[in-house]
Design a protein. Sequence first.
Length: 564
Amino acid sequence: MKVPENTVEEKKKLNFIEEIVEQDLNEGLNDGRVHTRFPPEPNGYLHIGHAKAICLDFGIALKYGGKCNLRFDDTNPVKEDVEYVDSIKEDIKWLGYDWGNREFYASDYFQQLYDFATDLIKRGLAYVDDQNAETIAKQKGTPTQPGTHSPYRDRPIEESLDLFERMNKGEFEAGARVLRAKIDMASSNMHLRDPLMYRIIHIPHHRTGDTWKVYPMYDFAHGQSDYFEGITHSLCTLEFEVHRPLYDWFAEQLKSGDYKPKQREFNRLNLTYTVMSKRKLLQLVQEGYVNGWDDPRMPTICGLRRRGYTADSIQNFINRIGYTKFEATNDVALLEHSIREDLNKKAARMNAVLHPLKLIITNYPEDKTEWMHTINNPEDDSMGDREIPFSREVYIEKDDFMIDAPKKYFRLAPGREVRLKSAYIIKCEDYKVDEATGEVVEVYCTLDPETKSGMPQSNRKVKGTLHWVSKAHAVDVEVRLYDRLFNNPDPLGNKEVDFLEHLNPDSLTVLKGCKVEPELAKAKPLDVFQFQRVGYFNVDKDSTPGHMVFNRTVALRDGWTNKK
């Protein structure tokens, strides 16, 4: 496949990975094939950083008519679980990608990897080392000082072969012996200083059971699995750049002919106010700082999905930040902007009052109900309209009424007028205060019948418009106000301070007895709405008949600017 010559403008739009792929195609490399893979470890849930890799791996294959494999790097049974395998597949499909019949596992190649390791021993390029991990690490030297040879480096080939076979039969304790590649203990690249290839693990594997007692290290299994699958472009994050010479060394020993996978690295996704480390995320879950991997405060894909983020918003965010060769930290506000932008087009505008204050319209009949016409989304006419009930008593937000209001307060106050959205203009005549607490508990208003929304004579203007819910028709719901999990933009920046000290104590506020319009009683889990003047919300999976729970996806605007 030869890619047509791009115009200058088109070239500007290509990221550097796309430029590499197009150059390879134009040079006829790998017979014009583009074959990528996404290789997650099934030892945790995917987070938004993985989403960046998913979009690149699958996106490159789609753009150039190639294929993308899903391959689980299941080489460590100590940390792996089928639960993680299932969650990873669900997340990738939710993001909009399909691997077809190309679902593979590193464990599919355990025999081939073992045979290759045996071949390297026979060729004098690998040996069994009896030293423990601590001793081996000390012998590696430093980046400026060469390492020292293991006393077992020149062990006879037949002895290493025998020991490696017995390691796999389970004759030795875990950690008693390892298999190492024999490369160069003086190399400037620490990864080439006789790296470990195999270690002993006496734990059943979730796919192979007790068949194996030795398991390949990532650096050994990764590149060879790419080779076995015919991968042309192995796309990794920048921390694997220093691993590339080892990747290539193993590939050179294995390959026959001209084909060899090509590893290229791109920058990871880092976000302010966010922790991406799987180990740290696991700690948050296990120690109860969050309510599971899918807690809406977590940066996991399932957490973002539960919070109300859409696949489109995540993909648009990733497209905005792009792919480069330089590490950077992106402002989480850009991610929040992406979901606001997406939901502004898609979410129906609904009425919900989170802090209810009863408002009584004294000149409106007690037994009357009117159905007011309102549009679902002014950004999308195809979403149509609906009718909402209006009656003598309604709920408004407590913050929308003030007794001693300043001049530029355009909401409701004694003697002032506002419009109830899609209904009437009302005027505050009086209010009632709870003598014990001093709080306003009722507001009394009159409406102007000539100002009904949508009527020709309703053009009289007022500066304030309030959302509301009819008291007689209101549905009680629980609302969970989620915010950023950390109050420090770089929770891991100070190594002397435990990152847990930066947890935001206000990352979750639960509100009971919120009032929503009756249409919302029909909503299903993951349905997303804009609550008028409040923010974007979705139905949580915890909802049950008679007890609906809504999660705040994001506020209508970034409120953190004023917090700093």
